[in-house]
Ligand binder design. Structure first.
Ligand code: SF4
Ligand code: SF4
Length: 91
C-alpha cells in the first residue's frame, strides 16, 4: 500500500513553488570542511574549489541537517518566501 497522500495533498499545508533555490551557501564564510556534503542524504552539495555549492535541490528533504552542522554559518535557508517549500496552517 502506498503513502496515503502525495506531497501536494497533505491537509493544512500549502506548497509554494518558485524557481529560486531556497538553500544557498555564503562562499565568504564556507571553509570547505565538507560536513554538509557528508551529512546530506539528498546529495545536494558538492565541493568545488574548496567551497561548498548547491548542486541540485531535487532530492532535498528540507531536514535542515546541513543548516545545523555548518559551524561556519555559511548555509542559509530562505523558504518559502524566496524558495520552494511549504507553509502550514499551524504556523
Ligand atoms: S558545512 Fe559549511 S563550511 Fe563546511 S563545506 Fe559545508 S557550507 Fe562550507
Ligand atoms: S535540508 Fe537536508 S536534504 Fe536538504 S540540503 Fe540540507 S541536509 Fe540535504
Amino acid at each position: 500500500m502506498g503513502h496515503p497522500y502525495s506531497f501536494e495533498e497533505i491537509p493544512g499545508v500549502t506548497w509554494i513553488p518558485v524557481p529560486e533555490p531556497f538553500i544557498s551557501v555564503d562562499a565568504s564564510r564556507c571553509t570547505g570542511c565538507g560536513d554538509c556534503v557528508r551529512v546530506c542524504l539528498g546529495d545536494v552539495f558538492r565541493l568545488r574549489n574548496e567551497k561548498a555549492e548547491v548542486a541540485s535541490l531535487d532530492r532535498c528533504m528540507e531536514c535542515a541537517a546541513c543548516l545545523f552542522i555548518c559551524e561556519a554559518g555559511a548555509i542559509h535557508f530562505s523558504w518559502p518566501a524566496r524558495g520552494s517549500g511549504y507553509r502550514s496552517e499551524w504556523g
